[in-house]
Design a protein around this ligand. Structure first.
Ligand SMILES: Cc1cc2nc3c(=O)[nH]c(=O)nc-3n(C[C@H](O)[C@H](O)[C@H](O)COP(=O)(O)OP(=O)(O)OC[C@H]3O[C@@H](n4cnc5c(N)ncnc54)[C@H](O)[C@@H]3O)c2cc1C
Length: 465
């Protein structure tokens, strides 16, 4: 009865359980699958290493490094190759590096002269009314122009959310952009003036945050957390129902066709929204979780391909390539894994992770494997000069892959907050609430742990007098 129940041993649930363990609070982590980590999953075969889900963990906060140190993972960390920072964007069928200096911006042929001049219009555009909810496309066209939306933001959003700028809410999906416009009245000014404040808070902007993995891939994070938690993690155990009682929570789960019910003092809901929506939920206020099924998820396929180095003519000297929708190519983009991290492919070989589908082309994300492979190889031939057949293939379909913080998403966050307020000991955390990146999930899990322990988290970033 003293334990906290955690639904889902994805990164959010595991980090929360680990924080609770360190604060002396026992947990039971219920996990439906036969392994920890959720979307984070690494495969190793024939000298190749493939990630089925995320490829990099962004170190956006010192709290992430601290967690890895606490887990004794310092020696396992692989920082991404500092020379592999170039991001390619496709224009007229050819990848060109996105410039990162002012002279580079002036010279690049990724954007027309008109588009470059239009970006400066950001300095004089008025702010949007603070309570007006705008979609990302509208916001970018208003501040930076149409071409910047189609050529830069559209592929960026495909790379992060596998999403659609015309549906994503600026306020919900990109709260920092919204806040910068409100505070500085200009994104360009905010970029310069906000840097000092971020440094003071110890935060690192996503674009320049160090990118990490581990020697044996990101799966190391899930397995290490599971080991630290020992028998607190119950694999192959799907929660089917939750009942609120006067003392806490009764959680009913099924493991190997055996159904059991256990009592807990607190409850963290860290499984995907559509899975939580299926729970049989009983509470005195007759609330339900069925509405969580309305949170849209983008389907995505991750296709990891290995090739002989000589079969790829592109130098692969960067992070990867992103494809704007206007280019009408079948892939959303590709990560140059073996350029980012060592030991991702045997000597003389490389790996690429290609993403297909998203809200741009949901049918392709769910299309037959042979069709996906053929489309991807066609795109790689034209974009990166890939010839020859793959020496390695790993294919993962995420039918409900990435939650979309679309217009109106705030109502879901409001409902979660209201339920938490009326049900002490209940916390919602994970990619469907706190941000979709792995680093967001690490921070959200850690915050949830402190909250469920009823202890205020010390602010490690407050400068000492
Ligand atoms: C293809 C892809 C690529 C990505 N790439 C990146 C990247 O490079 N960098 C980055 O920062 N982020 C990336 N992300 C996002 C990031 O990986 C996820 O948002 C994050 O891992 C989600 O973690 P989570 O713990 O919130 O949820 P999940 O990982 O979904 O974990 C939830 C867990 O709940 C379990 N569960 C479900 N139902 C039940 C039940 N009834 N009872 C018990 N357990 C249940 C599930 O089995 C699962 O293990 C990517 C996501 C995808 C899909």
């Amino acid at each position: 009865m003293n334990t906290v129940a955690i639904l889902g041993a994805g990164v959010t649930g595991l980090v929360a359980a680990y924080r609770l363990q360190r604060l002396g609070v026992p947990t039971t982590v219920y996990e439906a699958a036969d392994r920890p980590g959720g979307v984070v999953q690494t495969f190793q075969r024939d000298g190749y290493l493939a990630e089925a889900g995320p490829n990099t963990l962004l170190e956006t906060s010192p709290r992430i490094r601290q967690l890895l140190i606490d887990l004794n993972l310092d020696d396992e960390i692989l920082p991404s190759d500092p020379d592999a920072t170039k991001r390619y964007l496709v224009r007229d069928g050819h990848p060109s590096p996105l410039p990162d200096t002012l002279p580079g911006w002036l010279k690049t042929d990724l954007f027309s002269l008109t588009a470059k001049l239009r970006v400066l219009g950001d300095l004089v555009q008025p702010r949007c009314a603070p309570d007006y909810e705008e979609d990302l496309a509208q916001f970018v066209v208003r501040r930076l122009g149409r071409e910047f939306l189609d050529r830069a933001i559209n592929p960026f959003v495909a790379g992060v959310y596998a999403g659609d700028p015309q549906q994503l809410s600026v306020r919900e999906a990109f709260p920092r952009l919204h806040a910068v416009e409100q505070k500085y009245g200009s994104l360009l000014l905010g970029q310069m003036l906000g840097a000092r404040e971020r440094r003071r808070r110890g935060e690192v902007p996503r674009a320049s945050a160090p990118k990490l993995s581990f020697r044996n891939g990101l799966g190391t994070l899930g397995t290490t957390l599971q080991q630290a938690l020992g028998d607190e993690v119950e694999l192959n155990t799907a929660v089917t129902g939750v009942r609120r009682t006067s003392e806490g929570w009764e959680v009913t789960s099924t493991c190997q066709q055996r159904t059991t019910t256990h009592r807990h003092r607190g409850l963290l809901l860290a499984a995907p929204a559509h899975r939580l929506a299926q729970l049989h939920w009983e509470s005195p206020d007759h609330s339900s979780l069925a509405w969580l099924d309305k949170i849209q998820y983008a389907p995505v396929t991750a296709l990891v391909l290995g090739f002989r180095r000589e079969d790829v003519s592109h130098p692969l000297d960067g992070f990867g390539v992103l494809v704007p929708a206007v280019e009408k190519l079948p892939i959303l983009g590709a990560i140059f894994n073996s350029s980012l991290f060592p030991n991702r492919a045997p000597d003389g070989h490389i790996t690429l992770t290609c993403y297909l589908g998203g809200t741009r082309d949901p049918q392709l994300a769910l299309a037959p494997y042979a069709e996906q492979l053929e489309s991807t190889l066609g795109a790689l031939r034209s974009l990166l000069g890939v010839h020859g057949t793959p020496t390695f293939i790993h294919h993962t379909v995420h039918t409900r892959g990435i939650p979309q913080y679309n217009l109106g998403f705030g109502q879901f966050r409001d409902r979660m907050r209201t339920l938490e307020e009326s049900n002490p000991g209940l916390v919602f955390a994970g990619h469907f609430r706190n941000g979709i990146s792995l680093s967001d999930c690490v921070i959200a899990g850690d915050d949830a742990g402190w909250k469920l322990a009823g202890i205020e988290r010390p602010d490690f970033n407050t400068p000492k007098e």
